[in-house]
Design a binder for this molecule. Structure first.
Ligand code: NAD
Length: 426
């Protein structure tokens, strides 16, 4: 029996419940996990959370700094909002704990970099939630590209679109904090966009960004018949578009919205001289383990991520085929039967726990902090380009990026001061 891994959660909002669902499903699959403590500044929410998951009052903390004084916690999962990812995650590592942080890594490249560097500074392990890269869709595409099956890659498209799906507005089960320029900080480019951008970058083997040109807008919000429910003055931007140029002669166009008067805008794809891959139903929902009571089968209507392959065969005839990529599909289940270790690459959290246990190493795990930081570099490039009205180089993005993570947080019990490095000092 593997050793018990003792988990603490910071932030008992919506996404913390997904962490708990995944933990529950992993426990049912035989993994020895126990959630031993949780912290949440909102007392009522904290108590309700503790009651739901059967934690004693003594294991529930309004001030997470008190929780970090314990010596019986193996790792901490950070489920606060974007403005606090760097603040809280660096505090967790500074207190001597490994940290699993929700996406996006941070709301600016500068903060993503500070958090990335904190791993080394504090000698702690870190992972960032990016569910889109933990499944066969991403794995198969990456392998095909590495093996040259698509020839020379020259273009990628990173796409995410909703007809009307603004978290905390049309999607009322989400917190309106997603729309706050000081809490969520950015719109879909940093929200859902990270799943699509990170997947493209990872599949392409992390090409180095040269420059990016981008624009952002929130015109969809400006008609009072559509935009009347939330009493806010300046919502985060909605549409984010960009055109990036990478070393090695690869271009990428980027499109991300939460709402547009349009049914579909296509999918992410990668094009090479010998073939192309289209990415359908990319996972931004946490994978099958995030389905309550997952038993190996998906609920009706739930689609699995798929790849469509367009290519040319040995007789130079064009073909188009759909690759079976689902974790829960016959080929996905067969893959696990043939190679049980692949399960650690099919779920964000299981990969993190396996890395903590030393089953996966820095060499064999997916380096989510690096992927997330490079994703932030690209997203930040679009934000800066929009502000400046011109394209920006990688060097400019790094130079102009500013830390915006919270250093002093007002809470019901006083101010929490966060003491993390300056970006300007590097
Ligand atoms: N909701 C989703 O479906 C979803 C999906 C994937 C990722 N995420 C990411 O998860 C993060 C949180 O999203 P959410 O929907 O759970 O938001 P949420 O507002 O529901 O939850 C955040 C919680 O953090 C608490 N909090 C704030 N400061 C704290 C502190 N110092 N100590 C302890 N608790 C504190 C808040 O009171 C709140 O309850 C965001 O970064 C988001 O991008 C959310």
């Amino acid at each position: 029996m593997e050793k018990e891994l003792r988990i603490a959660i910071i932030g008992c909002g919506m996404i913390s419940h997904r962490h708990m669902t995944i933990i529950d499903n992993l426990k049912k699959a035989g993994h020895n996990l126990k959630v031993v403590a949780a912290a949440e500044i909102d007392k009522d929410r904290l108590m309700a959370w503790g009651a739901k998951y059967g934690l004693d009052e003594k294991d529930l903390y309004q001030d997470f700094r008190e929780m970090l004084k314990r010596d019986d916690i193996d790792e901490v999962e950070v489920c606060v909002h974007n403005n606090l990812h760097t603040s809280v995650s660096t505090a967790v590592m500074a207190a001597g704990f490994p940290c699993y942080c929700e996406k996006p890594m941070a709301a600016s490249y500068a903060d993503a970099r500070i958090l990335y560097d904190a791993q080394k500074k504090y000698g702690q392990k870190l992972a960032v939630q990016i569910s889109s890269i933990y499944n066969p869709q991403t794995r198969i595409a990456k392998k095909m590209i590495r093996e040259g099956q698509l020839g020379k890659i020259y273009h990628a498209r990173s796409v995410g679109h909703r007809r009307q799906g603004r978290p905390g507005y049309d999607m009322t089960r989400f917190s309106p904090d997603f729309l706050s320029p000081t809490i969520g900080v950015h719109g879909p480019l940093f929200d859902l966009g990270i799943y699509h951008l990170a997947q493209m970058l990872y599949v392409l083997d992390m090409p180095e960004l040269e420059s990016v040109y981008g624009m952002q807008s929130c015109e969809y919000w400006t008609d009072p018949r559509i935009d009347k429910a939330v009493g806010r003055t300046a919502p985060v931007e909605d549409l984010g578009v960009g055109l990036a140029r990478f070393k090695g002669g690869i271009s990428m166009d980027i499109y991300e919205d939460w709402a547009m008067h349009m049914d579909t805008v296509g999918t992410s794809f990668i094009a090479g001289s010998l073939g192309a891959l289209k990415f359908l139903d990319v996972d931004a929902g946490g994978g099958p383990m995030a389905i309550p009571g997952y038993n190996g089968m998906l609920p009706p209507g739930r689609k699995q991520p798929t790849l469509e392959w367009f290519g040319i065969n040995e007789d130079a005839q064009l073909f188009h085929t759909i690759l079976d990529c689902g974790i829960s599909s016959p080929s996905g289940r067969q893959e696990v039967l043939m190679n049980p270790e692949i399960e650690m690459y099919n779920d964000n959290q299981l990969q993190w726990y396996s890395y903590l246990r030393g089953i996966l190493t820095d060499e064999t795990r997916i380096d989510s902090p690096y992927i997330a930081m490079q994703t932030a570099l690209l997203s930040e490039g679009i934000v800066l380009s929009n502000e400046l009205g011109r394209s920006v180089t990688q060097e400019e993005i790094k130079h102009l990026a500013k830390s915006i993570a919270i250093r002093d947080q007002e809470t019901p019990f006083g101010v929490i001061h966060y003491d993390f490095d300056d970006y300007s000092s590097r």
